[in-house]
Design a protein around this ligand. Structure first.
Ligand SMILES: NC(=O)c1ccc[n+]([C@@H]2O[C@H](COP(=O)([O-])OP(=O)(O)OC[C@H]3O[C@@H](n4cnc5c(N)ncnc54)[C@H](O)[C@@H]3O)[C@@H](O)[C@H]2O)c1
Length: 297
């Protein structure tokens, strides 16, 4: 019996890149999949997933659209009997600077926030309602290492302020959801990775191809998908899991975050499965980092 046999996972933005890798890995572990993407290629991913032998529901749709989110979660629950896992992966990226023209600034903000933040909020709210009926679940918000201490130059680029802000906003969901759901057997974490070889990252180099040296230093979507499965098996909650190109792609040590819990009136000091961010002390100073290339699992 596979690890996720009988479970149902929803992955947003699954037509390519990280979302496709997450969906594939979850299906390999036995889960039924419900996937959504703006791009018609999501149907091709659905065909590949079906070959892995489990239930697959495919929607070409928009996570910024309330009706599309409602229909996806409702149909997944009806078809598979519930929802156990949500991967909030769909994300948009664009160049945006504080000095941009006004009209561009407002349009960029709406486009990025509607998908990266409102989409995550709506999918989270809808899936939590289903997970509560099931008595548990796992949520992963796909963030970026921009929200973690820098280990290389280029972090928190000034030319992507809307994107950066959207991923910081996602932190505002991950922690509070983890706390609110700690005694409901629902774990909530972020995966906050750096350069991973996808169309989004390659798009930064357009109209040119990225240099081979850069590509060789990037992580692969499959490595991050393996990290996600390790995270589910580990069972921790309330963390942003970092993954930096050039460092081992693996779960860091857990840390009890009593400080996160003490605000709760019902906190008694009993161990809850809530852990805080990784210890920051081991982060090497910026500009003192060598890129050794991705580490194969
Ligand atoms: N690739 C990286 O280096 C990297 C690093 C850090 C974080 N991320 C994050 O990982 C996630 C996946 O990125 P990727 O690199 O695979 O990018 P990608 O552009 O290759 O894939 C993103 C997918 O999301 C879909 N999508 C976008 N908006 C959507 C919407 N409103 N509704 C439905 N689908 C939508 C796109 O059509 C696309 O198929 C994103 O949240 C991104 O911010 C990526």
């Amino acid at each position: 019996m596979a690890y996720l046999d009988g479970k149902t996972a929803i992955v947003t933005g699954a037509a390519q890149g990280l979302g496709e890798a997450f969906a594939t890995r979850l299906a390999q572990e036995g889960a039924n999949l419900a996937i959504i993407d703006l791009k018609p290629a999501v149907h091709d991913v659905g065909v590949a997933l079906r070959k892995l032998g489990h239930g697959v529901l495919v929607r070409q749709g928009d996570v910024a659209n309330r009706g599309d989110c409602e229909a996806l979660v409702r149909d997944a629950a009806a078809q598979f009997g519930g929802v156990d896992i949500l991967v909030n992966n769909a994300g948009k990226w664009t160049r945006s600077l504080v000095t941009d023209p006004w009209e561009k600034a407002v349009a960029d903000f709406d486009e990025i926030m509607d998908t990266n933040v409102k989409g995550a909020l709506m999918m989270g709210r809808l899936c939590v309602a289903e997970m509560l009926k099931r008595g548990g679940g796992d949520i992963v918000n796909i963030s970026t290492y921009y929200v973690l201490p820098a280990r290389s130059e280029g972090t928190n680029s000034p030319s992507t302020d809307c994107y950066n802000a959207s991923k910081w906003a996602m932190n505002g969901f991950t922690g509070p959801w983890a706390l609110a759901l700690a005694d409901k057997n629902i774990r909530v974490n972020g995966i906050a990775m750096g350069a991973t070889d996808t169309a989004m990252l390659r798009g930064l180099f357009k109209p040119n191809d990225p240099p081979a040296e850069a590509v060789n230093s990037w992580m692969r979507p499959e490595q991050i998908a393996n990290l996600m499965i390790d995270l589910f098996k580990d069972g921790r909650s309330g963390e942003n899991i970092g993954a930096w190109a050039g460092y081992p792609v693996e779960l860091g040590p857990r840390q009890r975050a009593d400080s996160l819990l003490r605000w709760r009136p019902d906190f008694t000091g009993e161990p809850l499965r809530i852990y805080g961010p990784p210890p920051w002390d081991d982060v090497p100073p910026m500009r003192n980092v060598s890129f050794a290339g991705p580490v194969k699992r």
